[in-house]
Design a binder for this molecule. Structure first.
Ligand code: KMH
Ligand code: ZN
Length: 291
């Protein structure tokens, strides 16, 4: 668990704790199955991936689902079936994406919580997203946050840029603490339009987080390894998966999500902060076990 240490000059720093939370984001909404055959898009593929990633050291699964044609969907029936199947087959914390795809409506993104997940993502601001725009205006953020509070779904605050950190402070000040009582953030770095994925940016972003917050980081594409090592060095947790990178090394495609989790777990072990179990992760994040 990461906690906060106060330096001699009164400033605050994350202090490495005994274990590393590893989140796997296996699918996302952006890659096409035809172009990336290893991407898990059916419920069966997702469950197999979840079991393999749990075995490799993941404690949380960040879930986007696909329809029968492997296109991104927020269909509520499919989401409910997915939550049920993942709970039946693993003890992972099931975190549904409320970001969806850039084309999804606010209404459908709010309805994701009705599928009854343990946790959800909550992005703290709009960001250019490659050639698209990922829309998260203040009114939508606050409505989504209030709904997480009333349903007891634990949010993870997705931060793509520094302005998102300012909005997170504003959200907490105006609406109070999240369900579960603990603030956990995920720095999503290296998106074309968001903050860059490098060590200097990570250190500055972490310094701006709310006091007492824990945090993970993920780097998109070629920033995935620099961000992974910077996060471990700075006392943070990790997110990996094919939502964020489909290249394992230069010229070598990712074969499975499990190999990304294995690599993250090996790096965490080297850093003497081995992968955290789902039970410890629930404890840290304030996520009750609904199974
Ligand atoms: N697919 C992106 C537009 C989230 O899951 O909350 C948004 C995203 C963030 O992936
Ligand atoms: Zn996502």
């Amino acid at each position: 668990m990461t906690d906060i240490a106060t330096r001699g000059d009164g400033s605050r720093a994350a202090k490495p704790g005994p274990a590393t939370l590893i989140t796997v984001a296996p699918t996302g909404a952006e890659s096409e199955k035809a172009a990336v055959p290893a991407l898990p898009v059916t419920l069966e593929e997702l469950v197999t991936t979840a079991k393999e990633c749990r075995e490799a050291g993941a404690a949380v699964i960040h879930v986007h689902i696909r329809d029968a044609d492997a296109r991104p969907t927020l269909d509520l029936g499919r989401l409910r079936d997915t939550v049920h199947a993942l709970r039946e087959s693993t003890d992972l914390i099931v975190q549904l994406s409320t970001g969806g795809a850039v084309t999804d409506s606010f209404e459908r993104r709010l309805a994701v919580l009705d599928a009854g997940p343990d946790a959800c993502s909550l992005t703290c601001g709009t960001v250019n997203f490659g050639d698209d725009v990922f829309m998260n205006p203040w009114g939508f953020m606050t409505e989504l946050y209030a709904k997480t509070q009333s349903l007891g779904v634990v949010p993870e605050f997705e931060l793509f840029d520094f302005g998102h950190i300012a909005s997170l402070h504003r959200l907490l000040a105006q609406y109070g603490p999240p369900a579960g009582g603990h603030v956990h953030c995920d720095l999503v770095m290296g998106v074309p339009g968001g903050m860059p994925g490098d060590a200097g940016t990570l250190v500055n972003a972490v310094a701006a987080l709310p006091a007492g917050a824990t945090w993970s980081a993920t780097g998109i594409g070629r920033t995935s390894l620099p961000v992974l090592f910077a996060a471990l060095a700075a006392g943070g947790h990790l997110r990996v998966g094919m939502e964020d990178t489909i290249t394992f090394a230069r010229g070598r495609a990712v074969k499975s999500n499990a190999e990304l989790v294995e690599r993250a777990a090996a790096a965490a072990e080297l850093a003497q902060r081995p992968a955290m179990t789902p039970t410890s992760a629930r404890d840290m994040l304030g996520v009750p076990d609904h199974r």
